[in-house]
Design a protein around this ligand. Structure first.
Ligand code: DX5
Ligand code: ZN
Length: 218
């Protein structure tokens, strides 16, 4: 048995009020914050970088867990700046590096937990060799780049496989997850649930977060 955690993605919120939005999500029961960093190169969109993360850390205080989803072409560049800004976990994309082993080591040395993400077109077998060295595997359930896309149910076998092969590994799903799709994620064994537009755009985020937790709690 495991307990799932809910990490809202504040990407689809009012970015001029990001600190306030993070506080609002935490007040509504978020277990952690999933922060989407995009560089306009690895994905066709730009969001924010470590200066924003430093400000968000000041806004929410020392305790909330920041899961940095690094959709960037050169993840090795931002390890130290993100650690200094107050990030807790550094989730980089397998597709963005030729030397995951070295990056894993650098992230650990900087004091953060290690997440490894795969895009929909990347197989779970490609991630498997690193699974014993990381804290979390992120199975993308949309093509990274934008919030509000449709959940790809055909990614669920990746989640089930990781859950069966690596029982103590955190497995996160990200993209199109909300009240309509959470059951699939829970069945497959995901224990870290990212939800962006379904939570942030809701008139009642507290209820949506509670609903997502209710399903995934065993
Ligand atoms: C997409 C991001 C996601 C996104 C999720 O590239 O990685 O975190 O913000 O948003 P929804 O839940 O709206 O798909
Ligand atoms: Zn994300």
């Amino acid at each position: 048995a495991y307990t799932a955690k809910i990490g809202p993605s504040v990407l689809s919120s009012d970015l001029s009020q990001l600190g306030r939005e993070c506080e609002r999500m935490l007040e509504c029961g978020a277990d952690y914050l999933h922060l989407d960093v995009m560089d306009g190169h690895f994905v066709p969109n730009i969001t924010f970088g470590h200066p924003m993360v430093e400000c968000l850390r000041k806004a929410v205080g020392p305790n909330p867990f920041f899961d940095m989803h690094m959709m960037v072409s050169r993840p090795e560049l931002w390890v130290k700046p993100m650690a200094a800004a107050g990030a807790n976990q550094y989730t980089f994309h397998l597709e963005a590096t030729t030397n995951p082993g070295n990056l894993i080591k650098e992230i650990r040395e900087s004091g953060m937990k290690v997440g490894l993400a795969i895009k929909p077109g990347t197989t779970v077998e490609e991630l498997a060799p690193w699974a014993g060295q990381i804290d979390m595997a992120l199975v993308m359930t949309v093509e990274p780049g934008f919030g509000g896309q449709k959940f790809m149910e055909d990614m669920m076998p990746k989640v089930s496989w990781l859950r069966s092969q690596f029982p103590s590994l955190d497995v996160e799903v990200d993209g199109g997850v909300g009240p309509d799709t959470i059951h699939r994620c829970a069945e497959a064994g995901a224990n870290m649930i990212v939800s962006g537009s379904a939570v942030v755009a809701s008139a009642d985020p507290r209820s949506v977060i509670a609903l997502l937790k209710d399903v995934v709690l065993e």
